[in-house]
Ligand binder design. Structure first.
Ligand SMILES: [Zn+2]
Length: 434
């Protein structure tokens, strides 16, 4: 595909002029991979030149007598080193910041010369307006692995639609790298505080775009509050509080924790313009404290809502069930009575850990709900009785378990069904009279 837009065409052309710096090879050859030696028995194998020599290296260091390199020696019987690493080289070129991705495969075997294969697989070009053009080789189809570059394919402009700061979009060109080196920086980036260091906060290219397009990120970068750039997609939302941190020279490691704390403070209607809240001395402690407060607060809110619901439903429940409320069914062991009020449903549900209240059984016109207790008043189970079919629908113990003596409890209720039938008849009469 040829570049379609104006800037893609510009990049297509400029890419043909892009120089290859010797620095790229120098870094790849000397710094991208660790100088490794494997030690086993009395031998050390040098993974820089493939030769082996006698030695018992102290403190994991040894100098190879053949190639002269200082090796980090690992205890291992391995005799082969094979690894792919990605090197990102960033340079300014003809009004663009060009980020170049090199996939390097290093293979070293005992007794063989080292082989190093270098493939430039991608370039991400950023202009002073923060616009991005991607040139890349193709991935092997159906592969989820970034290592699956098709090295033989052409490095060319690829269609690219990602908007910066889009949270859910997975950018297939946002690949990791083992090492990055910035040799020169666009003046516009420099002006906005960027010197090539990403401070480990955001992907280099995304960062370059943000610094050029997002005033908040630019401000953070200029003032050295890099860590807050992690919140880049939520910066506007938290900017007031971030500014308070900057004013108070308040640096933090875990901005995620800080953000959660601020959001909790807001829910609790605390003054988040106050540094005493926003810049606590001990962040993890403050975070936990406010989280507990928020949990209590939410519980209370839920309770208030339930209370309101109970109060508004009470008259309806009474009106519908008043003919049944006087029923008492008992024998020597149990006493079975209807729940007398909506508040009773709440208490029954809480005590029995089931959903008789939360599922609003007090609104079910055909359901008569009984609480079964022993003679000491302990709750045994809850019964739903269907007033249309005149039969027990369910009889549940604590946490919806089957009550131990279910058979006898059911039998007791069934043998008193005439009490329920009588109440039902008077209920119908009352309704007709009203
Ligand atoms: Zn060597």
């Amino acid at each position: 595909m040829k570049g379609l837009t104006k800037i893609q065409k510009e990049v297509d052309y400029k890419a043909t002029l892009l120089p290859y710096h010797k620095t790229i090879d120098r870094i790849i050859n000397t710094r991208l991979f660790p100088c490794l030696g494997y030690h086993a028995g009395k031998k050390v194998v040098c993974m820089e030149c493939g030769s082996s020599f006698d030695g018992n290296p102290a403190k994991g260091k040894a100098v190879c007598p053949i190639c002269g390199k200082t090796l980090n020696v690992e205890e291992s019987k391995k005799r082969t080193f094979k690894e792919i690493r990605c090197f990102l080289y960033s340079m300014r070129f003809q009004g663009w910041q060009v980020n170049r991705y090199f996939y390097v495969q290093k293979v070293c075997k005992q007794g063989r010369a080292v082989s190093m294969q270098v493939h430039e697989v991608m370039q991400r070009w950023v202009n002073p307006l923060g616009k991005l053009v991607v040139r890349a080789k193709s991935f092997r189809p159906m592969s989820y692995y970034r290592d699956a570059w098709n090295y033989d394919s052409e490095l060319k402009t690829r269609p690219y639609t990602k908007h910066i700061s889009t949270y859910y979009y997975v950018d297939k060109y946002d690949i990791g790298y083992s090492m990055q080196h910035t040799v020169s920086v666009l003046p516009e980036l420099q002006r906005n505080g960027y010197d090539g260091n990403d401070h480990g906060v955001v992907d280099v290219v995304e960062l370059q775009q943000l610094i050029l397009t997002d005033n908040h990120v630019e401000t953070l970068w200029k003032s050295g509050f890099f860590e807050f750039a992690k919140l880049h997609d939520k910066l506007s939302e938290y900017w007031t509080e971030v500014k308070i941190c900057m004013r108070n020279h308040y640096h933090i490691e875990d901005v995620g924790l800080w953000k959660d704390m601020v959001s909790n403070l807001r829910e609790l209607a605390k003054d988040t313009h106050n540094a005493a809240y926003v810049c606590p001395e001990n962040l993890p402690m403050a975070h936990d404290r406010w989280r507990h407060k928020v949990e209590d607060f939410r519980k209370k809110q839920r309770f208030l809502k339930q209370k309101e619901e109970i109060q508004s439903e009470e008259p309806h429940y009474y009106e519908r069930m008043k003919a049944f409320l006087g029923i008492v069914i008992e024998n020597d062991v149990y006493i079975v009575t209807p729940l007398q009020s909506v508040a009773d449903f709440y208490r029954e549900g809480e005590a029995m850990h089931h959903c008789v209240f939360t599922n609003e059984y007090y609104k079910e016109a055909k359901s008569l709900i009984f609480s079964v207790r022993d003679k000491k008043g302990n709750r045994i189970s809850t019964i739903e009785f269907d007033l249309d079919d005149m039969k027990i629908v369910q009889n549940r113990g604590i946490q919806n378990s089957v009550p131990k003596d279910k058979k006898n409890i059911d039998k007791l209720v069934k043998s008193n069904i005439r009490l329920i039938a009588k109440a039902k008849a008077s209920s119908i009469l009352m309704a007709q009279a009203a």
